[in-house]
Design a protein around this ligand. Structure first.
Ligand code: 13P
Length: 313
């Protein structure tokens, strides 16, 4: 018979697991699947460390890297995934993409729902507040009717756009794009969204040009700003652009309401390094397992988190 901690996690909806994580200040990392064989490798790391995480896939993972399609990732997850330790999340469905083009967001969300993704993210952050509320509300109604959780974004986590960013220190000092705490309160009340992605100094890793292979800038976080958002929202908050943030800031952010952290660049780069010139998938998977285990153990300090979550469900 399966151990009971596993049974409990398998049966709980992800919205409930995330709430328990929020209340107990446990981090749930979300690892981007940039290449299909990463699914098996990430799962192995989670199993060995008995840690709960999300596996997620974004449009750039599909269009710029090797995730292929929402369906391909779901099939890989059906094969290697374990609901006692993970769920599958659709990352970033933008209403307007990083190149300023309109996206058929509804079709993408409906595709993920039909495939059985456990949670979805609508990203209306390039819209006005009222438009972002309108679109997010529509996604919440659609997804909740099928028992699926919804993440949205307010403020702008920069970094995916083409062209150079202003110097990081300037961005951080000016607070450009930071989520307004008052807007966040209004947004959460009006939309009924489950989790909110916030901008508090975090930036995305590059996905184009030479920068996509380089080490990301070491971002900092404005913890006081996060505290104000957390006080006014009361729901799990999400930190995008998780690669390369200074550890002390991440640990402080977890204590102050960040429950989910999205990590793409550094695990993708580990996979690509392992793949090497001869494209050896097994080596790439080994590097992925190693990096994910390091992140869980040394950086987020959440080894064994599945037991804490299960106990509090
Ligand atoms: P990084 O690539 O900077 O880790 O960001 C990932 C992310 O936020 C995906 O949504």
């Amino acid at each position: 018979m399966e151990e009971s901690w596993k049974e409990k996690l398998k049966e709980a909806p992800i919205s409930r697991i995330m709430k328990v994580a929020y209340e107990n200040r446990v981090l749930i990392p979300a690892f981007n699947v940039a290449y299909l064989p990463m699914v098996k490798a990430i799962m192995r790391a989670l199993e060995e460390l008995e840690t709960f995480a999300l596996l997620e896939v974004s449009r750039p993972d599909i269009t710029r890297f090797g995730a292929e399609s929402l369906r391909a990732v779901k099939e890989e997850y059906d094969h290697h995934g374990d609901l006692a330790l993970s769920r599958l999340h659709q990352d970033h469905v933008p209403v307007i993409d990083e190149e300023g083009k309109e996206v058929d967001w509804k079709a993408l969300i409906e595709e993920a729902l039909a495939l059985g993704y456990h949670s979805v993210m609508i990203d209306g952050s390039r819209l006005s507040l009222e438009e972002n509320i309108r679109v997010t509300r529509e996604v919440v109604a659609l997804a909740h009717s099928q028992g699926v959780a919804v993440e949205a974004e307010l403020g702008s986590v920069l970094g995916h756009e083409k062209g150079p960013l202003p110097p990081y220190e300037e961005l951080f000092r000016s607070g450009q794009g930071f989520t307004s705490p008052e807007d966040a309160r209004h947004f959460v009340q009006e939309t009924g969204v489950d989790w909110l992605s916030v901008a508090i100094g975090n930036i995305h890793g590059a996905i184009t040009g030479a920068a996509k292979d380089q080490k990301k800038v070491e971002a900092r976080l404005n913890i006081e700003h996060l505290q104000r958002i957390a006080q006014l929202t009361g729901i799990p908050l999400v930190l995008h652009g998780g690669s390369g943030i200074k550890k002390e800031y991440v640990l402080e952010a977890i204590k102050n309401g960040i429950t989910k952290i999205n990590v793409g660049t550094e695990v993708r780069q580990a996979y690509e390094k392992g793949l090497g010139k001869n494209s050896i998938v097994k080596e790439a998977q080994e590097e992925t397992v190693k990096r994910v285990k390091e992140l869980i153990t040394d950086y987020y300090e959440i080894k064994g988190s599945a037991h804490i979550l299960s106990k509090n469900l």
